[in-house]
Structure formats: C-alpha cells, structure tokens
Design a protein around this ligand. Structure first.
Ligand code: BDR
Ligand code: CA
Length: 319
C-alpha cells in the first residue's frame, strides 16, 4: 500500500513557473495541497491571488483555499513586478475569465499558522516566492517550525551566481530579511536554488510537445510557456526554459534525482552589491561566526535534469 500523501501549503507569486509547479503538485498523488498562500513577487499580490484562483479553476480544484498574503517585503519597498519574465499580469498576459472571488478569511501568515497547528508535524511548506509570509508566520508564532514536517524552498544560489543580480536570486533579493529568518528556522529545510534549477532545462521541443496535449492543464501551460521561453531566448540564448519552482515538487516526489550538501545558510542583508546572496558555511562542521547556532540546510547541488523534466511532463499529461 502506498503511504498517505504528504500535506503541503504552496506559498506562491504566480508567475508562469509557479503555475507549472502548482499544476504539477496537483497532479501528484504523493502530495495533498491543503492551500495556496499568495505573496507579492512576480506581480503585485492582488494579481497573484487572482492568478492562483485561475490556476485552481483550470485544474478543477476550486475547493482548495487561497489565502491572500503580503504585498511588500518586511523592511524595504517592493522592487516591482517582473513583467519582462512573466508578463504584466504574471501569467503571460493571457486573457482569462474573471476568477476573482473572496480569498480565505485569514491572511496567509495566519492561515499557515492555523493549518500547521491543526496538523502538527504533518505539513511541509513549499515557498516558491519571496519568503515574507513565512517570516511573518514565524514572527507571530516563533514555535511554528517545531510543528512543521519541514520546508522545501525555491530560492537562493549557494555555489553559483544569482539571476536577479550577480549576487542574488530573485525570490531572496525580494526580501532578504525574511529569507535570513526563514533559513534559520529549526526544522528540516531543503533549498532548491539556482545551483540545480538553472541546470534543469525543459527544451523548446518539450514545450512544443505540451501544446499537443489536449487537457485543460496542458492547454494553460501551452498558453503561458511561450512568454517564458521568449525571455530565456532573449536573456540566455536558450531554446527552452529553466525549471525553477517545479523543482520543489520534483524533489518531494523523486529525491533520488538530486544530490545535496548539508550546510547552514546566512542571507546577506546589507545594502551593497551582495544584498540577497545566500551564503552557506564553508564546511558541514564547526560552524562559527555568522553561522554559529544556525541549523543545517539541505542544499541541492546536482540534478538529473532529463529525469525530472520527463517526470513533470508525464504528470502534466496524466490528468
Ligand atoms: C524564481 O523567481 C521567480 O521569478 C520565479 O517564479 C521563481 O520562483 C526564480 O529565481
Ligand atoms: Ca515563483
């Protein structure tokens, strides 16, 4: 008999690759999505909440609650939408029916707290946007990490350059103070950073293949991926896309396709060129200085790209 599905809350700023990750998680029998929480990032949070509803509607999962979250980082103004990557509306500027409805009565941070305390030890948080909501929940309930199964985070760059600046990855530079707090949480944390996500490539041919699948989820993917593909062509000379947010789902259902190291992480919260850089300690032992008393984080360092992209495409085609 297969084990019961693992409960997850996806904290998200949809976002084209967020949409792919959500559709993928909803197609995974290994996972039970108990809610989506939204955060500013790829677009303003109001749009991110509308997009979350739209993605759930397409997947036929309007029963899943959406809790509206933070509209700005903890300690700085919002840096603004990434329209050149995700479109003005966060979802490639496609037109869709009005998916707006009332979000959950609790805001994202309180929703996370309520759900986690109602099922102690069972819920894994899957943040795939800036870490503001998670930090706010931890500030409200410092014991929250003790009640989590863990966190699988898309964000950061341990041993490679950033993508939003030479130093930093986009989700982390959008709220470094929140990220430093969250990476210090005392619970199992997996960092799915650019070290693996920029080496996980869905090719142009595979994107063309999605356009031939006749299901509502694949049709949404086929509508939004060309915008993301064009960004990768223009910025990286790549015919294909880096697979960022879906990496959290792939890791949760097929961890055998990844290698990792275990190191505590600090986030550069200075206001200079390194702001938002995720710094692992030098070794997995005897952490001192800024890393003293910080719990170790599982940092993904290697990926079998072909295997995880195949897995995602198979799951997308299966529903
Ligand atoms: C991350 O930044 C966002 O633009 C993507 O949705 C992803 O979460 C990649 O750096
Ligand atoms: Ca995202």
């Amino acid at each position: 008999m297969s084990p019961p599905p693992r409960k997850i809350i996806i904290d998200t700023d949809p976002g084209i690759d967020d949409a792919m990750a959500i559709l993928y998680a909803l197609a995974a029998p290994e996972l039970e999505v108990v809610g989506l929480t939204t955060v500013f990032g790829n677009a303003h949070v109001e749009l991110c909440t509308t997009n979350a509803f739209h993605i759930l509607d397409v997947a036929g999962r309007s029963d899943i609650p959406v809790a509206h979250g933070a509209g700005r980082p903890l300690a700085m103004p919002y840096r603004g939408p990434a329209a050149f990557v995700h479109g003005e509306n966060g979802l490639a500027d496609i037109a869709f029916h009005d998916a707006r409805r009332a979000p959950h009565e609790l805001d994202a941070a309180h929703f996370i707290i309520e759900q986690v305390l109602a099922a102690p030890g069972e819920i894994t948080l899957v943040p795939i946007g800036p870490l503001t909501n998670i930090a706010l929940a931890m500030l409200l309930r410092p014991d929250l990490p003790q009640h989590l199964a863990g966190m699988v985070i898309m964000g950061g760059n341990a041993f490679c350059p950033g993508n939003a600046s030479p130093a930093a990855e986009a989700n982390i530079i959008n709220d470094p103070e929140a990220a430093d707090l969250v990476f210090g949480a005392d619970c199992p944390i997996v960092m799915c950073g650019l070290d693996v996500t920029e080496r996980t490539v869905m090719t142009g041919a595979q994107i063309d293949e999605i356009a031939r699948i006749d299901t509502p989820r694949a049709r949404l993917a086929a509508q939004i991926l060309p915008h993301y593909r064009e960004f990768h062509r223009a910025s990286h000379g790549l015919d294909g896309i880096h697979v960022h947010d879906s990496t959290c789902v792939s890791y949760m259902i097929a961890p055998q396709h990844y290698a990792s190291v275990l190191r505590p992480i600090r986030v550069d919260c200075g206001h200079h060129v390194g702001r938002g850089k995720t710094w692992p300690s030098l070794s997995d032992q005897a952490h001192g200085g800024e890393w003293k008393n910080r719990p170790p984080v599982t940092i993904l360092t290697e990926v079998d790209s072909a295997a995880v992209v195949d897995l995602e495409l198979n799951r997308l085609a299966s529903v």
